[in-house]
Design a protein around this ligand. Structure first.
Ligand SMILES: O=P(O)(O)OC[C@H]1O[C@](O)(CO)[C@@H](O)[C@@H]1O
Length: 244
């Protein structure tokens, strides 16, 4: 894993947007894995700005999102479909048919999981995957204890994740209890991965990732088994990290 230190959230967003822009320019057809949550929002804003300045086009980009809440329809303002449309897709020239997000209201959720992995494979795999990290070390919605061999699957969310994500909902009771997420193995199959880490509340997770052991009890530690991972972390996220 290669650690790139940046000053703050703004600089992290800028740096990751630059890395994505470079990839889009260099690759004739890019499969881009995307995350949601607060962490990548600034990066999506920078990508929209770059598109508006005619620096990039998304015509040749296909996206695969990591996860979606079970039970939230795409037009639900708390769904990750809605988040992606409002944060990025509605503002750039990406073809809607080239955007893929697990369907949290699929009639057969198990089949949806199988089809999602099949779709990624059929498209040639993900070239670059963007990730955030949960305070408990989750990546996507892979909670502690998830098998490193997992493909896309349904998860029961940890109470700590429900509490952390409640800030986006009106009431705690409105946070879905389950989600559909790309698995650890699906994530590790990406050719390159960028993990974004910002803020003091992520500093213990980053410390454990950098200096702890590889264990299914800490899902992000699976990234140590991947040959091509960049961690872009800001000063607050690095505040608990021991440098030996
Ligand atoms: O960026 P946040 O809002 O801190 O969330 C951390 C991670 O948890 C999730 O919300 C769960 O998938 C991810 O989207 C995100 O990368």
């Amino acid at each position: 894993m290669k650690l790139i230190k940046v000053k703050n959230y703004e600089d992290m967003s800028e740096k990751v947007a630059e890395m994505i822009i470079e990839k889009i320019r260099k690759t004739s057809k890019l499969n881009l894995g995307l995350a949601t949550g607060g962490t990548p929002k600034g990066t999506y804003k920078k990508l929209v700005e770059a598109y508006e300045k005619k620096m990039i086009s998304f015509q040749q980009v296909t996206t695969f999102n990591l996860d979606e809440y079970v039970g939230l329809a795409p037009n639900d303002p708390n769904s990750y479909h809605y988040y992606m449309n409002k944060s990025l897709f509605d503002h750039v020239d990406i073809q809607p048919s080239n955007t893929n997000i697990p369907n949290g209201v699929a009639r057969d959720l198990m089949e949806e999981c199988v089809q999602y992995d099949y779709l990624i494979k059929k498209s040639g795999g993900i070239d670059l995957q963007i990730l955030g990290i949960g305070q408990n070390g989750h990546i996507g919605f892979n909670e502690p204890g998830t098998s490193f061999d997992s493909g896309t699957h349904i998860v029961k969310l940890d109470d700590s994740t429900i509490n952390a994500n409640a800030r986006y909902f009106n009431r705690l009771q409105d946070v879905p209890t389950h989600a559909i997420t790309m698995g650890i193995q699906s994530i590790l199959q990406s050719k390159e991965i960028i993990l974004m880490v910002s803020g003091e509340e992520k500093s213990n997770a980053l410390q454990r990732l950098l200096n702890g052991e590889v264990t299914e009890e800490f899902p992000a530690s699976a990234l140590k088994n991947h040959p091509n991972v960049y961690i872009i972390a800001d000063e607050k996220a690095l505040s608990s990290v021991f440098v030996s």
